[in-house]
Design a protein around this ligand. Structure first.
Ligand code: ADP
Length: 224
């Protein structure tokens, strides 16, 4: 079966000549959960940001990153906007900081849907509400109309995963998304991620410096 993502000979050098990655090769099969282990500074965040092309301007990226039949390193920016969220979704480190503080949870989920599915405003809000109800079966209405500061850390985390998965991405990238959580919230988040991944049959690349966390959510593991 053709890989869902294939990275060949990837090197990333930041402006100022810091080489964060050199000659990285990696493949993820459709539906596979791949763990990438690396100590702090090994280039884990760099790897995921290279895939979704969110590295700072002036960074030199060489090699190949193919997602389905698209070479992401050559894709124009408007094509990348369609890839992000639908082809490849990304949960950054400290995901709750990824939320926009001035938008309600409902609006943030609707914004992602708007990029990928042409619908009226009312239909978008309805679809976003439906997605939130899956992640918050007991209190979706309160969550939907809340701003990030009105939510608990665990609730924000759940909004972020709902947002990442709302357009049914084929591949999810997760950058140590639980490092800021206490152990109970961490376990709850990892369970939810594992369940949603299995339910949707999507591929996952999960990077972490914690081998136990990697074993919990992924099958095969590689090191950077
Ligand atoms: P990890 O996620 O494994 O901790 P990173 O990908 O964050 O590693 O960083 C890899 C290397 O790249 C480190 O040496 C880091 O200092 C460097 N680096 C990360 N971001 C930048 C940047 N924006 N500019 C320059 N160097 C950076």
């Amino acid at each position: 079966m053709a890989p869902r993502l294939k990275i060949a000979n990837l090197s990333v050098t930041y402006a100022g000549a810091v080489t964060a990655l050199s000659g990285v090769n990696l493949e993820v099969a459709p539906g596979e959960a791949l763990g990438v282990f690396g100590e702090s500074g090994a280039g884990k965040s760099t790897l995921l940001r290279a895939i979704v092309r969110l590295l700072p301007a002036g960074t030199l990226v060489e090699g190949s990153i193919r997602s389905e039949s698209v070479e992401l390193l050559l894709e124009p920016e408007d094509g990348m906007r369609r890839v992000r969220g639908r082809g490849v979704a990304y949960i950054p480190q400290a995901p709750s900081e990824a939320l926009n503080p001035v938008l309600t949870a409902l609006t943030q989920v609707a914004e992602v849907l708007r990029v990928h599915f042409p619908m009226t405003r009312a239909a978008l809000r309805e679809a976003a509400m439906e997605r939130l109800a899956r992640f918050f079966p007991e209190n979706a209405t309160r969550i939907a109309h809340a701003y990030p500061h009105e939510l608990s850390g665990g609730e924000r985390q759940r909004v972020v995963i709902c947002q990442a998965l709302c357009a049914s991405p084929g591949l999810l990238l997760a950058d140590e998304p639980t490092s800021a959580l206490d152990s109970v919230a961490q376990l709850e988040f990892l369970r939810m991620l594992r369940h949603e991944r299995e339910r949707a049959g999507m591929s996952l690349i999960f990077v972490s410096h914690d081998r136990a966390v990697l074993r919990f959510v992924t099958g095969r593991q590689v090191s950077l």
